[in-house]
Design a protein around this ligand. Structure first.
Ligand code: GUN
Ligand code: ZN
Length: 481
């Protein structure tokens, strides 16, 4: 019965894993499309054919529905929705955040979720709005924690109950909530009440909130980012260690005539082409789609197909070790996403230990790449290298034969000793013509190495363009061109 999570591949703080709940298993990162029983634009059985392994629906809607309450209790959710994959149910918490209150208790919603055969249950947590004052955030968090404790007492440690992490934008509270949830033994932990942050493009704060929650959570916990969102932000969230997303965007946007892409959402009415490989876009012209009586349904198909493809791409990137490149690509779609990405880079020291040692490649994509985990980890390692008494640092200039040791200079890493020439990251890294920013980082790496080898006589061989920089940064070295 219990929920288990197994990590199979890692990249940055992201992971590819296997989530098991009851007799269901899904691959992560995963997207659980939101299914409303009353408005099934795409039936869950058809979602399955699109690669959907799990869905999320709202137990509160089922419990209040004259049409669906009875059948769900009698036949179970999987039969009523005609979906044999994983089904997670949310409690009435979201309704509570919208309408102020709900007329059910924590025990009632959990019993109901159990009785309709849900695979992952959510207690009646309080989604505290990000702009709430600290005292109120603490008060609400304590209620949420009391309800999780109650859930464990009533249903036992093996019940498939998730442990939501609240705390608004207070990082210490998010961390405390994460730690408390993990200490209580929850293995599946949604980070809650982030929808208002995402709706107003507050990605910088979103990054801080996720990092804080992750700091408190057990690293083995499966982390669900509640209510996320748009596929343009999945890569960033996955890099921070989020494993599951749920989204109604495919349907909500379709209703408004909006076409999702990984770089933003377009208004179908303003489009002149359908730049996508999904069956809808390949079998319709844009004019046909605009005029189709099934426009909403077709758009929902496209939107979900694009979203699922992005999830596959993220899993592949994590397996290959190319997630940084994907994050960099996606976060250039909107300046606020770039802000979130830069925030992650500012705090990269907090996650560098999670990154793996070897990857498929390192493509330099501009100054942001200088702050990647591979660069900071390389800079931490390189001072351990022992230099000979006399060394030439080959930074683009001539290489005279009189040197017993020649060390290549490769920014943004810095010195690349011969033994590491074939080794990830500095060896196989692909960098374009050197720029100022990568030189700054390369010099930092070289300084680290020279500091632990103070007795080595160093000559730096470079081009006229960089000679003055090397002379200024390494006054004790001879610089030749
Ligand atoms: N859906 C979006 N955010 C939340 C949250 O914080 N809690 C619950 N239960 N559902 C949500
Ligand atoms: Zn399409």
């Amino acid at each position: 019965m219990a929920i288990t999570f197994e990590v199979i591949h890692k990249d940055i703080a992201g992971r590819v894993g296997k989530l098991k709940a009851g007799d269901k298993a899904i691959r992560t990162p995963a997207l659980l499309p939101v299914v409303n029983p009353h408005l099934q634009i795409i039936p869950p059985s058809e979602m399955k054919k699109m690669g959907v392994e799990g869905i999320i629906t709202n137990a509160y809607i089922f419990s209040k529905s004259e049409e669906f309450r009875g059948p769900a209790l009698e036949k179970g959710l999987h039969e009523v929705l005609d979906f044999d994959g994983l089904i997670m149910t949310d409690s009435g918490s979201f309704q509570m955040s919208v309408y102020g209150s709900v007329d059910i208790t924590n025990e009632q919603t959990l019993s109901f979720q159990r009785d309709i055969g849900s695979d992952i249950w959510v207690p009646l947590d309080i989604p505290t709005h990000p702009d709430t004052e600290r005292d109120e955030v603490i008060a609400q968090m304590e209620i949420t924690m009391a309800r999780m404790k109650e859930a464990k007492e009533l249903f036992g440690d093996d019940a498939p109950i998730s442990g939501p992490v609240q705390g608004a934008v207070f990082e210490d509270l998010r961390e405390y909530a994460g730690k408390t949830v993990s200490d209580m033994g929850f293995a599946y932990c949604p980070v809650g009440a982030v929808v208002p942050l995402m709706e107003s493009y507050r990605y910088r704060e979103l990054v801080d909130v996720i990092l804080a929650a992750k700091k408190g959570l057990n690293p083995g916990a499966c982390v669900h980012l509640f209510g996320a969102g748009h596929p343009s932000m999945f890569a960033l969230a996955a890099a921070l260690g989020c494993d599951v997303f749920d989204s109604a965007a495919y349907a909500l946007y379709a209703k408004e005539g909006r076409y999702i892409t990984t770089y933003g959402t377009l208004k179908l009415d303003e489009m002149s082409e359908l730049p996508c490989a999904c069956p809808v876009c390949r079998s319709h012209t844009v004019e046909e789609l605009k005029k189709s009586p099934d426009k909403q349904k077709l758009l929902a198909y496209h939107n979900l197909a694009v979203t699922m493809a992005e999830i596959s791409r993220i899993r592949a990137a994590i397996q290959d070790g190319t997630l940084w490149e994907l994050v960099d690509e996606r976060c250039r779609a909107h300046p606020k996403l770039l802000d979130g990405y830069r925030r992650l880079l500012e705090r990269v020291e907090e996650i560098e230990h999670l990154d793996r040692a070897s990857k498929r490649r390192f493509f330099y994509r501009g100054s942001e790449s200088c702050r990647r985990t591979e660069v900071t980890n390389y800079h931490a390692m390189i001072p351990r290298v022992k230099l000979s008494d006399v060394s030439l640092i080959a930074a683009g200039g001539p290489v005279p034969s009189r040197f017993e040791e020649v060390i290549e200079f490769k920014p943004p890493f810095g010195p690349l000793p011969y033994e590491l020439a074939e080794t990830f990251p500095a060896g196989p890294a692909e960098v374009p013509t050197w720029d100022e920013e990568m030189m700054k980082y390369g010099i930092k790496g070289l300084k680290g190495l020279l500091a632990t080898n103070p007795d080595t006589k160093v000559t730096i061989s470079t081009t006229a363009k960089w000679a003055d920089l090397f002379r200024a940064e390494f006054p004790a070295a001879e610089v030749i061109t």
